[in-house]
Design a binder for this molecule. Structure first.
Ligand code: GLY
Length: 369
């Protein structure tokens, strides 16, 4: 098989992640050892189906392939489309030992993974992520689920995939904005635990964004290696896995403030949130004053959203943004939980950050808009 393999060791839930180019062509050979009979159910969205389904079907030649293409977009990640998916899988007579393929970005991976988790009390599934964000984050680690009116990802289950095929050739068709949004999660790995990787990104990020396949493959590989290691040590987020939420407390408040709209993509919120997390770390005396500027300089060099000023339209004031954070499930006794940094690549969970410090930081940042 071509490409690189990262193994996720989780006893009977262990699996491989393959990272390479043109893995769709090899999908049938990769998946064959997992099949009890020559039949798979593919869950995808209409945009991915238009662009890439013929190549996947060619790769799965010889198998009976049933396809459900859902509407693209975050709105799909709710009860109605989940119910539709599970009913369709039952109609297709997908059995306990069959295999479901999630073929798409984070929305499809999360929804199809959750459908697999609850169908007949658990059917195996394969992730074939088609966005950078899904390749480096959401397809790995077994978090599956849907959104509720009460918030994002509030309904779900841990259900590890049986295999992940991350084909970086698929990234060629991503719009630049989506690629850069996914890059927010790539940068996050360097910041949260690998200074050398962050330095590599500083040197090579712009070439990678322009389309260099070998560099993209390395960036996905290193991100996935880091995530796999963290998931092996802390599958259900009792401790270390929380570091993967670097930038996310700010991000979630900004996503709520912008109505989960195209004004701010998740990965853009993560990138801005990472810069703010370094600001907060510097204000609280945990890291040097230069580091937030270094994170921002890298994001600017990438042409990525960097500051609150890069979010179009009005934002709530600092107090209202902190109030949005306080609704987060990570709040403990009215104090906020953040991932903070001692240095690039050296982060920790801070359970009880004083909201007044966060409000002051956001007030200063909003004044620069
Ligand atoms: N995306 C964060 C995690 O998988 O834990």
């Amino acid at each position: 098989m071509s490409g690189k393999t990262v193994h996720v060791e989780l006893a009977e839930r262990s699996y491989d992640i393959r990272i390479g180019s043109d893995l769709l062509a090899e999908a049938g050979a990769e998946i064959a050892p997992l099949l009890a009979r020559p039949r798979v159910a593919v869950i995808t969205d209409e945009s991915v189906a238009r662009l890439h389904l013929p190549a996947l079907k060619a790769g799965l030649a010889g198998l009976d392939v049933a396809v459900l293409a859902l509407p693209p977009g975050e709105g799909t990640k709710g009860w109605p489309e989940l119910a539709r998916t599970v009913d369709w899988l039952l109609e297709q007579k997908i059995e306990r030992r069959d295999l479901i393929i999630a073929f798409g970005g984070g929305v499809i991976g999360d929804l199809a993974g959750f459908a697999a988790a609850i169908l007949r009390r658990g059917v195996r599934f394969v992730q074939i992520p088609t966005t950078l964000l899904a390749q480096v984050d959401s397809s790995v680690g077994g978090k599956t689920g849907i959104n509720s009116g009460h918030g994002k990802n509030l309904i779900g289950a841990f259900h590890q995939p049986a295999l992940v095929l991350a084909d970086v050739a698929l990234l060629d068709s991503l719009p630049e904005r989506d690629f850069l949004a996914g890059y927010g999660e790539v940068m996050k790995y360097g910041l949260l635990g690998d200074q050398v990787f962050f330095e590599w990104l500083e040197a090579n990020g712009p070439a990678l964004a322009r389309g260099d396949r070998a560099m993209r493959q390395y960036a996905v590989l290193r991100s996935v290696e880091m995530k796999a290691g963290i998931v092996e040590r802390d599958e259900t987020e009792q401790g270390e896995r929380a570091l993967l939420n670097l930038g996310h407390t700010f991000c979630h408040a900004l996503e709520k403030a912008t109505g989960y709209s195209a004004r701010l993509l998740h990965g853009e919120g993560v990138a801005i949130g990472c810069a703010l997390a370094f600001d907060l770390s510097a204000r609280l005396g945990y890291c040097s004053q230069e580091l937030p500027g270094r994170v921002r300089a890298h994001l600017r060099a990438m042409g990525a959203k960097t500051d609150l000023a890069d979010i179009e339209g009005d934002l709530p004031d600092a107090g209202a943004l902190v109030a949005l954070m306080a609704q987060d499930k990570k709040v403990v006794d009215g104090r906020l939980r953040f991932i903070l940094a001692h240095d690039i690549g050296d982060t920790f969970v801070a359970e009880k950050v004083d909201p007044a410090v966060v409000t002051a930081l956001l007030r200063d940042e909003l004044a620069r808009r």
